[in-house]
Design a protein around this ligand. Structure first.
Ligand SMILES: Cc1cc2nc3c(=O)[nH]c(=O)nc-3n(C[C@H](O)[C@H](O)[C@H](O)COP(=O)(O)OP(=O)(O)OC[C@H]3O[C@@H](n4cnc5c(N)ncnc54)[C@H](O)[C@@H]3O)c2cc1C
Length: 381
C-alpha cells in the first residue's frame, strides 16, 4: 500500500488526503492547530451557541468543485443551503446589481440592453459549464478535450475587468462584474481579472452561491469523515517544523505557503533551488470584522435582504479605485467590502433571533491596519 503524509488540514490538504485515501493510499494528516479546517473552520467567536465562519463562508467554488463532487461529501454530512439570491451589489436605494440563480431573471433585472449583453457573455459558457469547471480546476497543460469551449472561455477570460466592463453601459452590470472580479485580489486592469469575475458569475447561475449548513466546518468535517472511513489518520496540535521529523512516505504534500517549505527543509532549499520559494510574493490580506446581530441586517435594497453575499463598493470605478489603492500599499476611505450573512440562508448556526455577519476588505499583505470604521461606513450603501 502506498502512503502519503499531508501537512496542513485546510480544505485543500484534506481534499488531497481524502482523494488519496479513497484511492487506497494510507494517509496521515498533520495539523498545527487544535481543530482541522484552516480557512474553512467555524467557531463560536463571540457568543456561545452562535457559530461564525472564521474565513470562508460562501461556496460557489465548493459547490462546483469536481474534487468535492467525486468524494460525495453529502453522504458524509455536508448540505449546501442556497439563499434565495446568490449575490447583490447595492448601488443606493433599490438600485443594485443582482446575480440571480436564473440567467433569465438576471437578464430581466439589468437595465437597458445590458441584460442581453449579460446573456451573450454568459449563455455559451453556461452551456459548457461542467466541462469548463473541469478545465479550469485541473492542470492547465495538454490539449483541451473540448477546444471550442476552452477557446470560448479563454477569449473572454483573458481580459482585465476594466476591459470586460466596456461590454456594459449601466452601473448595475458593471458593478456586478467589478465586485466579482475584485475576488482576484488584483488591480482590475490586470489580465484574467475579468475571467475570474466571469467564472464566479457563471457559478452563481450554474450552482448558486450556497453556504454549508451549520457552517463551513461541515465541509472539512465531511472531508475528515471520508479520510477516516478509509482508515486515514488525522493528527491535530502537531505543528511540523522540519520535514525530516515526518514519518517516511511515498508522497509528502504540503498545504502550506512556499516560504514555510524553505523554513522546514533543513537547509536543503537555502541555495538557488529555494530561490523561487523565497521570492514568492504573497497576495493581499483581509481586515475582517465579525458580528452577532439581534435581527437580520435591514439593508435598504430589498434584494440585499434575500442573499447571503453582498458586495459593497458602489459603481465599478469606485471598486477599481479601492483595489488600486491596496495595490499601492494603502486602504481607501471607502474600501470595497465583501459581506457574508449566512444566517439569512442557514438559521441553524444561531439561536432564534440571532444572526451572524462578517465583513472584510482587502488590505496590503501583513497590514496591521484596523479599518472597522471604514468597513461599517459602507453598510449604508
Ligand atoms: C477573510 C477570508 C474570507 C474568505 N472567504 C471565502 C469564501 O467565502 N469562500 C471561499 O471559497 N473562500 C474564502 N476564503 C478563502 C479560503 O479560506 C481559502 O482559499 C482556503 O482556506 C485555502 O485552503 P488551504 O487548505 O489551501 O489553506 P488553509 O485553509 O490556510 O489551511 C492550511 C492549514 O495548514 C495548517 N498549518 C500551517 N502550518 C503548519 C505546520 N507547520 N504544520 C502543520 N500544519 C500547519 C494551518 O493551521 C491550516 O489549518 C476566504 C479567506 C479569508 C482570509
Amino acid at each position: 500500500m502506498r502512503s502519503a503524509v499531508i501537512v496542513g488540514a485546510g480544505p485543500n490538504g484534506l481534499t488531497a488526503a481524502a482523494r488519496l485515501a479513497r484511492e487506497g493510499w494510507k494517509v496521515s494528516v498533520y495539523e498545527a492547530r487544535s481543530t482541522i479546517g484552516g480557512g474553512s473552520r467555524t467557531a463560536e467567536l463571540i457568543e456561545t451557541g452562535v457559530h461564525h465562519d472564521v474565513c470562508a463562508a460562501v461556496h460557489p467554488a465548493g459547490a462546483s468543485s469536481v474534487a468535492f463532487r467525486s468524494l460525495r461529501l453529502e453522504e458524509h454530512g455536508l448540505r449546501w443551503v442556497q439563499p434565495e439570491v446568490p449575490l447583490v451589489h447595492p448601488l443606493g436605494g433599490e438600485r443594485a446589481g443582482v446575480l440571480y440563480r436564473s440567467l433569465d431573471d438576471t437578464v430581466a433585472a439589468l437595465p437597458g440592453r445590458d441584460g442581453a449583453r449579460w446573456r451573450r457573455l454568459m449563455q455559451p459558457l453556461l452551456e459548457d459549464f461542467d466541462y469548463l469547471t473541469g478545465f479550469t480546476q485541473g492542470p492547465l497543460i495538454g490539449v483541451p478535450r473540448n477546444p471550442v469551449a476552452a477557446a470560448q472561455f479563454g477569449l473572454r477570460a483573458v481580459w482585465p475587468a476594466t476591459v470586460l466592463r466596456r461590454m456594459f453601459r449601466h452601473d448595475e452590470a458593471q458593478a456586478l462584474l467589478g465586485g466579482l472580479a475584485a475576488h482576484s485580489c488584483l488591480p482590475m486592469n490586470r489580465p484574467f481579472t475579468g475571467g475570474l469575475g466571469l467564472m464566479l458569475g457563471l457559478m452563481g447561475h450554474a450552482v448558486g452561491w450556497p453556504v454549508a449548513e451549520g457552517g463551513s466546518q461541515s465541509i472539512v468535517d465531511a472531508l475528515a469523515s471520508v479520510i477516516r472511513s478509509h482508515d486515514g489518520e488525522l493528527h491535530t496540535d502537531h505543528e511540523v517544523m522540519d520535514l525530516r521529523d515526518l514519518p517516511s512516505a511515498d508522497a509528502v504534500l504540503l498545504d502550506l505557503a512556499p516560504r514555510q517549505l524553505v523554513a522546514m527543509s533543513g537547509g536543503r532549499l537555502d541555495g538557488w533551488r529555494g530561490r523561487p520559494y523565497r521570492r514568492f510574493r504573497h497576495g493581499w490580506s483581509a481586515c475582517k470584522v465579525d458580528y452577532v446581530l439581534s435581527g437580520p441586517m435591514p439593508w435598504t435594497a430589498s434584494e440585499a435582504r434575500r442573499t447571503a453575499t453582498l458586495h459593497l463598493g458602489g459603481p465599478f470605478s469606485e471598486v477599481e479605485q479601492s483595489e488600486a489603492i491596496v495595490q499601492r500599499g494603502g486602504v481607501g476611505a471607502r474600501p470595497f467590502v465583501l459581506v457574508a450573512q449566512p444566517t439569512v440562508a442557514d438559521p441553524t448556526r444561531a439561536p432564534v433571533g440571532r444572526h451572524t455577519l462578517w465583513a472584510y476588505c482587502h488590505v496590503p499583505n501583513g497590514s496591521p491596519l484596523n479599518v472597522t470604521d471604514r468597513i461599517e461606513a459602507q453598510f449604508d450603501r
